[in-house]
Design a protein around this ligand. Structure first.
Ligand code: NDP
Length: 338
């Protein structure tokens, strides 16, 4: 059983060498009937920025540190190879939290979602049909409470969540601008995902000017993925009664001392509503989500770009690549295809 293990807790920017590949001897693929456990063969693993929180000994109960010496965990898609849990049988496909290894003993199989629709790529259950999809759906429709014709800005816009937020917002009838870290990503936003406009924040350093140019009338909805200086630049550009979905703040995750945000007075004067969200609060509504999003995927109304790394040995590089923007689209790791 090949596994990805965290070597030591991470300070600053995570590196490939913070993890190592371990090969254990042969493992038993048997569980007792009635044990309420299952063994899954991992097929696709999801690289998600929140995993950085778990690589550090922090005090946030939502993100307990990975135990050193054990495989790290994350969302993934797998196939049940042995089941002692009545709701799942051998051969079933599932998505949920699993280990970064070839086979994982799942002790809480009730947390897994059974995959019934297999006419779409299975890897989508790490992205558009999995955790990032639920995040987008809840964040955009519920937290942003959009109205047709509103002005929407998305940072880290080409990634797992951002590309979807933009497409949902366009389908809803909003004006959408995104920022991303390369010309290739900016092109993708405009040509593939249909954003009205996009800019490269690594080239346009004056974020305030970049936003004023694209939103002379101001921003109604900001889907926040970056935090820090970007958030500070957005606040004065918000319109009265604007909404901010605080989904992530990736520019801050590797800093020992997070940057200050100075323009908070705008929240008062413009009556801005800022609300955080965590995907798993919405997992109980997964069936409802799937009913809405799956048809859009099937009909091609929403497209999804993935960046696929082949093999568990390439998983550490894929994961740390999120923090330099190496990924173009949703970062997935293929462990096995069936
Ligand atoms: P992405 O697929 O967008 O990958 C991360 C991207 O972030 C990189 O490709 C890079 O793109 C950008 N990035 C990295 N470092 C920085 C930086 N210092 N400043 C600005 N941009 C940076 O990831 P996701 O779509 O999965 O996640 C996006 C955000 O949403 C993250 O903040 C994440 O934590 C959050 N999230 C929150 C969830 C929740 O439940 N609240 C669920 C899922 C995600 P670029 O080249 O454009 O810089």
């Amino acid at each position: 059983n090949k596994q990805v293990i965290l070597k030591s807790f991470v300070n600053g920017v995570p590196k490939q060498s913070d993890m190592y590949l371990n090969t254990t001897g042969s493992i038993s693929l048997r569980v007792e009937q009635g044990s309420n456990t299952v063994i899954i063969k991992n097929l696709y693993l999801s690289c998600d920025p929140y995993m950085r929180h778990r690589m550090t000994l922090g005090d946030d109960p939502e993100f307990a540190a990975y135990p050193l010496g054990s495989p790290i965990e994350g969302f993934g898609v797998g196939k049940v190879v042995e089941s002692g849990y009545p709701e799942l049988k051998k051969g079933d496909l599932v998505w949920g939290v699993t280990g970064w290894e070839e086979y994982t003993l799942i002790k809480n199989p009730q947390t897994l979602f059974k995959i019934n629709d297999t006419d779409v790529p299975l890897s989508y259950y790490t992205g558009i049909l999995g955790m990032p999809g639920v995040t987008t759906w809840a964040g955009f429709y519920e937290i942003c409470a959009p109205k047709k014709g509103e002005y929407v800005y998305i940072s880290a816009a080409s990634g797992a969540v951002g590309q979807l937020v933009g497409q949902f917002a366009k389908l809803f009838g909003c004006y959408v601008v995104g920022s991303a870290g390369s010309e290739e990503k900016v092109e993708l936003l405009k040509k593939k995902f249909g954003f009205d406009d996009a800019f490269n924040y690594k080239e346009e350093h004056d974020f305030d000017a970049a936003l004023k140019r694209r939103f002379p009338q101001g921003i109604d909805i900001y889907f926040e993925h970056v935090g820090g200086k970007m958030l500070d630049a957005v606040l004065p550009n918000m319109r009265t009664f604007g909404r901010i979905a605080a989904c992530g703040m990736i520019s801050q995750y590797n800093l020992e001392h997070p940057e200050g945000v100075y323009n908070m007075t705008n929240v008062v004067t413009k009556r801005i509503r800022i609300q955080g969200l965590l995907a798993f609060d919405y997992f109980p509504q997964y069936a409802k989500f799937l009913e809405v999003v799956l048809p859009s995927v099937r009909e091609g109304k929403v497209v999804y770009v993935e960046d696929v790394a082949e093999g568990l040995e390439n998983a550490p590089a894929a994961l740390v690549g999120l923090f330099s923007g190496r990924n173009v689209g949703k970062q997935v790791v293929v462990v096995a295809r069936e």
